[in-house]
Design a binder for this molecule. Structure first.
Ligand code: NAP
Length: 490
C-alpha cells in the first residue's frame, strides 16, 4: 500500500509456476524515491534460487519448444488483455517504485503492452524459406527454431516495457525465460509475471528472481550451458562484463546499453516542433532514459531564440511526486543518480556554461533535481561525454552541417539521435551520416514496438521490437535434402 493508494503485486519469487520465498529467507526493501520511504519487501534471491529458476525453465522449454505458433500467439494475446485490464494497478506500481508521473506510467503500460500484442502476431510469422540447391535432385530448406532457455536482466527506468520487449518475443519464439528485474523496481515485474500465470502460461515458462545479488545470480545463468541466450538492458559497463562472461558457453547476446543522444536543431527547423519534441525527449522519466536527449546542438544563428523559448518551457515544468496531478518531472531513482546529475551541472558551470533555469536539488525528502537549462556548453564538459540520466538540457551551438554531425558522432555511444529540419535533402544527408541505431527526424518519441530498436558502437548488440526482435530468439537451421530426384517417378 502507498499513501492512500492501493496497489497489488506479489512479493515472492516466481519459480516453476509457484510463488516461493528466497531459499535463504532474505528480503529486499523497495523504496519510493519521491518520499525515500520503504513501500514493500520482496524476496531477495540468491544463487540457489537462480539455479531453481533455471531448472524450472529448462523443464518448461522441453514442452514449450514443441508448442505451435498459434498456441504461443493465444497465450500472448491473453497476457496482453490482462495487462490492459490491470492498467491502473501497473501504472500505480511504476509510479510508487520508480517515481515517474502517473500519466507517464500509464503511457508505459501502453508501450509495454504493445510489445506483447506485436509479438502475439509475430509468433505466427517466424518464417523459414527454401533456397535453390546447386544440384537439381537436392532441396535446401531453412527452419527457424527457438534458441533455448533465455536469461533476461532488466533496468529500473522502464520497469514494465524493458521486460515485455524481451519476454514476449522469447515466448513467441518458443523459449522459456529466467528473469532478474532491477532490484529497485521488482514489483512491476512480479505483477507482470502474475498476469502471465493468469493468462495460462505453463509452469516454468517465466521464472522471476528478484535479488540484490545481481552478479551472483547472473553468474549461475552464465555458467550453465542450458542458457542459450542472455538478453540485457542496462549500463554499458555491465553489458561488457556479460559479453565477456557469455563467451564461456558461447551464449547468444542481445545488449541494449547506454546512450548519449545528440539533438540537432537546424536554423530551418520548425522551432515549435523541435521544442515540443525536446520536452519529451529530455524530460520523459526525468531524463532517465537511454534515448534521452543529452547534447542539444543548435545552429548558431537561432541559438538565442531557441534558448529563450526553451527557458520558458523549462520554467513551466512542475516537479514533484508522481501521484500529484500536473507533475511533469519526478525524482531521480536514488541518491547516486541525483549526485551524478548535480555533478554534471557543477562541472559544466565550472567550465563556463551559463545557467538559464534550475540547477539545484530540491530540499526535503525525495531525490529531486530542478529541470535545468544550461547554455554555452562546450566539449570540455562531462555532460558532453557521459550519460547524465537527469533533467538537464545542455545547449551548444554549431555553424555547419558537417560540424554538427561530427560533434554528434564524437562519442562511443550510438543509440538514438534527433534531427530537426524542414529541408528534405538535408534530412537524408544527416540521417545517413549519424552513427546511431535510432533517428528521430522531427520526432522526439521514436520508440515503438514495430520498429527495430538498438544501438551502434558501445550502445549494444542486436535489436528489440519489430521482426528483428523475434529473430534474436530464433536459431537458424537448414536441411540439405539430397536424393529427392528430378521429376516424378514411374
Ligand atoms: P545497470 O546498473 O547496468 O543495471 C541493469 C540491470 O543489471 C539491473 O537488473 C541490475 O541489477 C543488473 N546488474 C547490475 N550489475 C550486474 C552484474 N555485474 N551482472 C549482472 N547483472 C547486473 O543499469 P541501470 O543503472 O539499472 O540502468 C540504466 C542504464 O540502462 C543506462 O545506462 C541506460 O542508458 C541503460 N538503458 C538502455 C536501454 C536501451 O534500450 N539501450 C534502455 C533502458 C536503459 P540491480 O538492480 O540489482 O543492480
Amino acid at each position: 500500500m502507498s499513501q492512500g493508494s492501493e496497489w497489488m503485486a506479489p512479493t515472492r519469487l516466481l519459480i516453476g509456476g509457484r510463488w516461493v520465498d528466497a531459499q535463504e529467507g532474505e528480503r529486499l526493501a523497495v523504496e519510493d524515491p519521491s518520499r525515500q520511504e520503504e513501500i514493500a519487501r520482496v524476496a531477495d534471491g540468491t544463487p540457489g534460487d537462480a539455479r531453481a529458476a533455471l531448472e524450472a525453465a529448462a523443464q518448461a522449454f522441453e514442452t514449450w519448444r514443441l508448442s505451435g505458433a498459434y498456441e504461443r500467439s493465444r497465450l500472448l494475446r491473453r497476457w496482453y488483455e490482462l495487462v490492459e485490464r490491470d492498467r491502473k494497478n501497473l501504472a500505480l506500481l511504476m509510479t510508487v517504485e520508480n517515481g515517474k508521473p502517473l500519466a507517464e506510467a500509464d503511457a508505459e503500460v501502453t508501450y509495454a503492452a504493445s510489445f506483447i500484442e506485436w509479438f502475439a502476431e509475430e509468433a505466427k510469422r517466424a518464417y523459414g524459406r527454401t533456397i535453390a540447391a546447386t544440384r537439381p535432385e537436392k532441396r535446401i530448406v531453412v527452419l527457424r527454431q527457438p534458441v533455448g532457455v533465455v536469461a533476461a536482466i532488466t533496468p529500473w527506468n522502464f520497469p514494465a516495457a524493458m521486460i515485455t520487449r524481451k519476454v514476449a518475443p522469447a515466448i513467441a519464439a518458443g523459449c522459456s525465460v529466467v528473469l532478474k528485474p532491477a532490484s529497485q523496481t521488482p514489483l512491476t515485474a512480479l505483477r507482470l509475471g502474475e498476469l502471465l500465470q493468469e493468462a495460462g502460461a505453463p509452469d516454468g515458462l517465466l521464472n522471476i528472481v528478484t535479488s540484490s545479488h545481481a552478479r551472483a545470480v547472473a553468474d549461475v545463468w552464465l555458467d550453465d550451458a542450458r542458457v542459450r541466450k542472455i538478453t540485457f538492458t542496462g549500463s554499458t559497463g555491465v553489458g561488457k562484463h556479460l559479453m565477456q562472461r557469455a563467451a564461456g558457453n558461447m551464449q547468444r547476446l542481445s545488449l541494449e546499453l547506454g546512450g548519449q543522444a545528440p539533438f540537432l536543431v537546424f536554423a530551418d527547423a520548425d522551432l515549435e516542433v523541435a521544442l515540443d519534441a525536446l520536452m519529451v525527449a529530455k524530460f520523459r522519466n526525468g531524463g532517465q532514459s537511454c534515448i534521452a536527449a543529452n547534447r542539444v546542438l543548435v545552429e548558431e544563428s537561432i541559438v538565442d531564440e531557441f534558448l529563450a523559448l526553451a527557458s520558458e518551457r523549462v520554467a513551466g515544468l512542475r516537479v514533484g511526486q508522481g501521484l500529484d496531478p500536473g507533475v511533469a518531472v519526478g525524482p531521480m531513482i536514488d541518491a547516486a543518480g541525483r549526485e551524478k546529475v548535480l555533478e554534471h551541472i557543477e562541472d559544466a558551470l565550472a567550465h563556463g556554461a551559463r545557467l538559464r533555469a534550475g540547477g539545484h536539488a530540491l530540499g526535503g525528502a525525495g531525490y529531486f533535481v530542478e529541470p535545468t537549462l544550461l547554455a554555452g556548453v562546450g566539449l570540455d564538459m562531462k555532460i558532453m561525454h557521459e550519460e547524465t540520466f537527469g533533467p538537464v538540457i545542455a545547449v551548444s551551438s554549431f555553424r555547419t552541417e558537417k560540424e554538427a554531425v561530427e560533434t554528434a558522432n564524437a562519442t562511443e555511444f550510438g543509440l538514438a539521435a534527433y534531427l530537426f529540419t524542414r529541408d528534405g535533402a538535408r534530412a537524408w544527408r544527416v540521417a545517413e551520416a549519424l552513427e546511431y541505431g535510432v533517428i528521430g527526424l522531427n520526432d522526439g518519441l521514436p520508440s515503438t514496438s514495430q520498429a527495430p530498436f538498438g544501438g551502434f558502437k558501445e550502445s549494444g548488440l542486436g535489436r528489440e521490437g519489430a521482426q528483428e526482435g523475434l529473430d534474436g530468439f530464433l536459431e537458424t537451421k537448414y536441411v540439405s535434402w539430397g536424393a529427392v530426384g528430378v521429376g516424378l517417378q514411374g
